[in-house]
Design a protein around this ligand. Structure first.
Ligand code: PEP
Length: 250
């Protein structure tokens, strides 16, 4: 069976009750074929419950991060228990903003991925290189290092609930999108890496999303690439216009 296209919306630290009404209202009136497209939205933690209660069931709701402990003295952190209690079935882990601003290492990221999966959540695990790394021809070295940290802690069956998001850091929130060929090249490298280091079947089945300034203007060309199985969309997911729905091909 082919890989189902996944469109993820990462709201980052942007929300209000009014914005929830607008964005959820827009999604609730949009239609798409759920056999072909899966939609996941990731509002900030304080709005997860509200979004889950308002958005239609075809839309899955995701956290943007979790911690790797169940409960206790971890002020400010988000437990997988909270998510399960609220009907939240996904979490993003290892977004470049977590890695860069909050200094989350490959090891911490991997620990969170393993923990989230053990708790029954689905995971969007992010990888991607910085501009200076790309310019130094280090793109695959960086992406493979990040992937290896994650793959090392996963059991074969865990991969059913993992989606990889390739998000070149230089393309996130910059308006500077990777060309379809640049994105396809890295996605193909990731798939080959999975074949060589995990298994042929995991490489074939695992969805690899592209993220980085995706919008209505560039989504079509990106989407037509063989190894691009969806998008993780930041800025454009905050616009409830028909053009943003087009950017998700809804
Ligand atoms: C993101 O936050 O994951 C992202 C890809 O952001 P943007 O679409 O704004 O570049």
């Amino acid at each position: 069976m082919g890989r189902k296209f996944l469109v993820g919306g990462n709201w980052k630290m942007n929300a209000s009750k009014a914005l929830v009404d607008t964005l959820v209202g827009s999604l609730n009136t949009a239609s798409w074929n759920p056999d072909l497209i899966e939609v996941v939205i990731a509002p900030p933690a304080p709005y997860l419950d509200l979004v889950r209660s308002k958005v239609k069931k075809e839309v899955a709701v995701s956290a943007q991060n979790i911690y790797f402990e169940k409960k206790g003295a971890f002020t400010g952190e988000i437990s997988s228990e909270f998510l399960k209690d609220l009907g939240i079935t996904w979490t993003i882990i290892g977004h470049s903003e977590r890695r860069e601003i909050f200094k989350e290492s490959d090891e911490v990221t991997a620990k969170k991925v393993a923990y989230a999966l053990a708790e029954g959540l689905n995971v969007i695990a992010c990888v991607g290189e910085k501009l200076e790394e790309r310019e130094a021809n280090q793109t695959t070295a960086v992406v493979f290092r990040q992937l290896k940290a994650i793959a090392d802690v996963l059991k074969p069956e865990d991969w059913d609930r993992v989606v990889i998001a390739y998000e070149p850091v230089w393309a996130i929130g910059t308006g500077k999108v990777a060309s379809p060929q640049q994105a396809q090249d890295v996605h193909a490298e990731i798939r080959s890496w999975l074949t060589a280091n995990v298994s042929e079947s995991v490489a074939h089945a695992t969805r690899i999303l592209y993220g980085g300034s995706v919008g209505a203007k560039n989504s079509g060309d990106l989407q037509s690439q063989e190894d691009i199985d969806g998008f993780l969309i930041g800025g454009a997911s905050l616009t409830a216009s028909s053009s943003s729905r087009r950017s998700c091909r809804l």
